[in-house]
Design a protein around this ligand. Structure first.
Ligand code: PLP
Length: 382
């Protein structure tokens, strides 16, 4: 059976070099980075080197601007809750309708607590409504949290411009860059972004490690207290092996980012054109806006995306849909709905996401399988 992994926006494989780099910190170098003895020293040194690699990956000015967290979700929660605690009199938040649940559900919880949440919409192409965003900025806003790139469609938002607008309005700007880091060249220091979330497992590091970029001078309240780790900004003994892995993955990403992006865009475009050529009733989401080079979100008319995914899975091809299973019912992707698709139409969505390890042969086989399954599913339904 085939084994083709096209779900890299969900998680990536751990790079073999990353595994080798982290292994000694699971075996011989198990010391606590805070310990002042010969077991603690290697851990502290490795932690520092990892932090510097992550700093370099996003072009931060100082290594101390990087706070390691347990995941991207924690980085997002830390940023947003920090801003609302730092500005208790500001009772409004700006975000978008298409954020990852890590941001969206937190904002909706804050809404229940009395915050006004401005959910900025997107157009049919998946691009954010800049005019609505600018109109929502005011001195009442504690934070604007706008994702850099959408995990479902790959649409890239103009966060550099949006951060500049936030700065002019005196509003803190956070970006969930979990899908952007390692795929786009980022020089955060050249922007007005105050906080930026990252996640290791989206760039060939293990699950369970993330980081928050916190620009020097940004008002900050820790989410986890009770320890001096991370300069008292995130309590809890650091997961050294995972931090080292994230650092190693960051270093590899820096080395090959431009070449990887070009190669993935070529393969993604090939997958897209082969599917469009072989299958009818196919609509590519966010095709006309800047898009992550690895992402292809497709809506198959009159086909249920979950059925397509199940058939692909039986052939050893892994992709994913935007749909979520809520209380036993399949709910269409909130991103597709926000782009104006009707609920039934949105249920036809399938997302393919590539990595630097994806090959031309895999793309060709996947495109062939998709078109055959699409034909068969349509034959059954007619
Ligand atoms: N934000 C975005 C855009 C994501 O795609 C994801 C994961 O899919 C997250 C946040 C959550 O990251 P983590 O899995 O590290 O908590």
């Amino acid at each position: 059976m085939l084994s083709i992994y096209l779900d890299n926006n969900a998680t990536t494989s751990i790079d073999a070099e990353v595994v080798q780099t982290m292994l000694p910190f699971l075996t011989t170098h198990y010391g606590n980075a805070s310990s002042r003895h010969c077991f603690g020293d290697p851990a502290a040194k490795a932690l520092r080197a990892a932090r510097q690699n992550v700093q370099a990956l996003i072009g931060a000015e100082r290594e101390t601007e990087i706070i390691f967290t347990s995941c991207g979700t924690e980085a997002n929660a830390t940023a947003i809750l920090s801003a609302v605690k730092a500005f208790p009199n500001r009772r409004e938040i700006i975000t978008t309708t298409v954020e990852h649940a890590a941001v969206l559900s937190l904002c909706l919880d804050l809404e229940k607590d009395g915050y006004t949440v401005h959910q900025i919409g997107v157009d049919a192409c998946g691009q954010v409504d800049m005019a609505a965003y600018i109109a929502a900025l005011s001195p009442n806003v504690a934070v604007a949290s706008i994702m850099w790139a959408n995990n479902e469609t790959g649409a890239i938002f103009p966060v550099v411009e949006m951060a500049a607008k936030a700065k002019s309005a005196g509003v803190l700007f956070h970006t969930d860059a979990v899908q952007a880091v390692g795929k786009l060249s980022i020089q955060v220091d050249e922007t007005d972004i105050d906080m930026l979330s990252m996640s290791g497992h989206k760039l060939h590091a293990p699950k369970g490690i993330g980081a928050l970029y916190l620009r020097k001078g940004t008002p900050y309240r820790p989410l986890l207290r009770g320890g001096h780790q991370e300069r008292s900004r995130r309590a809890g003994t650091e997961n050294i092996a995972n931090c080292v892995a994230f650092g190693a993955a960051a270093k590899l990403a820096i080395q090959s980012l431009t070449d990887d992006a070009r190669a993935m865009a070529g393969l993604r475009d090939c997958l897209q054109s082969q599917i469009l050529a072989k299958a009818s009733g196919v609509n590519v989401l966010a095709a006309s806006v800047p898009r992550l080079s690895n992402t292809l979100a497709i809506v198959f008319s009159t086909i249920n995306g979950e059925a397509m995914l199940a058939h692909l899975d039986r052939q050893g091809i892994a992709a994913s849909g935007g749909s979520a299973c809520n209380a036993g019912r399949i709910a269409p992707s909130h991103v597709a709905l926000a782009m104006g698709l009707a609920p039934l139409e949105a249920l036809g969505m399938v997302r393919f996401s590539l990595s630097r390890f994806t090959t031309q042969a895999e793309v060709t086989k996947a495109a062939e399988a998709v078109s055959v399954i699409a034909r068969n599913l349509r034959n059954i339904s007619t």
